[in-house]
Design a protein around this ligand. Structure first.
Ligand code: GDP
Ligand code: IMO
Ligand code: MG
Length: 428
């Protein structure tokens, strides 16, 4: 039975939540392995819509155990409010497991995120302001606070004080911000300890045993390949590794245990926050994609930048993740265009370039080279099989598959759980 990684192949918001939820019914464990509540994953079940930020989307499938792995950064206040929000809607969240090694987003990490962005002014990243980058920076700097620290008051005290010793200097002298009292932070954090204790487990041991016992384990990425701190459009990235290797480090599972890596790919492209985006549209087509696709951030409510499909990026995602399959989402949004441009390569300094350039300046200057594909006007939201799609929609999917370098095994034709065409099973 497989261990699968499901991740974003573009700049996030590809529809990972829906894809994870769809598989959730046949999966034993769904594991978040990086990121935090910067994610916004929408799941639509019948007439109910859920927006999940920190919890794995598998939490909505009763048979599935949701796991927050060691690579995730956890804001305890957000976690508890997300849990109680789901409980109020009748969702059982008691099976949740959290790694004791996951790092905690502290109130001072959130402050640092906000003041740094303000300080950067025009050069800002456009972060979600959730404290993600500063928390990962503390982790790498070895000054982070982990979930397990909540259960040892004296250690928590020492660690928070040590972290604030330096941070308060920076906050006061560089950012002109008042100092943060360690005592207050410790008190707040300790207030979460009892509520979280029951969820904490040795998730690495548990997941490895589960895989060895033939259980189905799904690793759910937050963000997307181009937001990866190593492989994305640095510095306009998030501070973790959404790419496939991140599932191994972020959950404590070796690469030999992973059978399949599924890239979630939107039939066009979107991005939130700053940074280069070669196929971005500033015209009525961009506005139409935003309106028809409902492209507004689930976490920050910002409008998403929209553009045509970029095959260079999709090929890159196949390469750096070793993708075995794609799940193409939001094909229905493209209904109604007479012709649909698809970026097949870039022009950089007068030369045609087929692969994503490693140089950031080249990428900033990349101009899309488009091929026009014929559109369709029929409603496709009721399509259940590939052959139900109009011929031109079939040809669009086949062209994207050819250009992107991995088979398209499922197609989303609407936001609902059942609005999906399954071509090859992900679980065989
Ligand atoms: P995620 O962050 O990758 O989980 O994606 P988001 O939830 O931020 O954004 C994807 C949006 O597209 C959500 O509103 C989904 O309900 C919606 N969605 C997902 N798949 C489809 C699809 O195939 N068609 C349409 N129309 N909407 C979809
Ligand atoms: P999901 O999981 C889209 C973007 C932010 C910003 C950059 C850094 O819903 O696909 P951060 O707060 O992480 O330090 O911000 O990354 N970003 C996302 N964009 N979808 C997301 O998550 C994102 N999470 C972070 O907009 O540009
Ligand atoms: Mg999202």
């Amino acid at each position: 039975m497989p261990a699968l990684v499901l991740l974003g192949a573009q700049w996030g918001d590809e529809g990972k939540g829906k894809a994870t939820d769809l598989l959730g019914g046949s999966v034993d464990y769904v594991v978040r392995y990086q990121g935090g509540n910067n994610a916004g994953h929408t799941v639509v079940v019948g007439d109910q819509k859920y927006a999940l930020h920190l919890l794995p989307s598998g939490i909505l499938s009763p048979g599935c155990t949701p796991v927050i792995g060691n690579g995730v950064v956890v804001d305890p206040a957000v976690l508890l409010s997300e849990l109680s929000g789901l409980n109020e809607r009748g969702v059982d969240t008691s099976k949740l497991l959290i790694s004791g090694n996951a790092h905690l987003i502290t109130p001072y990490n959130i402050t640092v995120d906000k003041v740094t962005e303000r300080f950067l002014g025009k050069r800002k990243i456009g972060t979600t302001g959730r404290g993600i980058g500063p928390t990962y920076a503390d982790k790498i700097n070895r000054t982070g606070i982990r979930v397990q620290d909540l259960f040892d008051e004296s250690i928590l005290h020492q660690k928070v004080e040590a972290a604030l010793d330096v941070k308060n200097q920076v906050l006061a002298k560089l950012y002109n911000h008042r100092a943060i009292a360690a005592e207050q932070v410790v008190e707040e954090m300790l207030g979460y300890a009892d509520q979280l204790r029951g969820f904490v487990a040795d998730t690495t041991l548990l997941l490895n045993n589960a895989i060895d016992d033939g259980k189905v384990v799904l690793f759910e990425g937050g963000q997307g390949t181009l937001l990866d701190v190593d492989h994305g459009t640095y510095p306009f990235v998030t501070s973790s590794n959404p790419t496939a290797g991140g599932a191994c480090t972020g959950a404590g599972v070796g690469p030999t245990k992973i059978n399949r890596v599924i890239g979630i790919l939107k039939a066009y492209t979107t991005r939130v926050g700053a940074g280069p985006f070669p196929t971005e549209l500033f015209d009525k087509d961009g506005e139409a994609l935003r309106t028809i696709g409902g492209e507004r951030g689930v976490t920050t409510g910002r409008d998403r930048r929209c553009g045509w499909f970029d095959a260079v990026i999709a090929r890159y995602a196949t390469r750096v993740n070793g993708l075995t399959d794609f799940f193409l989402t939001k094909l229905d949004v493209l209904t109604g265009w007479e012709q649909i441009p698809v970026c097949v390569a870039y022009e950089i300094d007068g030369k045609r370039v087929e692969e994503l350039p490693y140089s950031q300046s080249d990428f900033h200057h990349a101009k899309p080279i488009y091929e026009m594909l014929p559109g369709w006007s029929e409603d496709i939201t009721k399509a259940k099989t590939f052959s139900d799609l109009p011929k031109n929609a079939q040809a669009y999917v086949k062209a994207l598959e050819e250009m992107s370098g991995a088979p398209i095994s499922a197609i989303g034709v609407g936001p609902g759980r059942d609005e999906t065409i399954e071509i090859n099973s992900f679980l065989s």
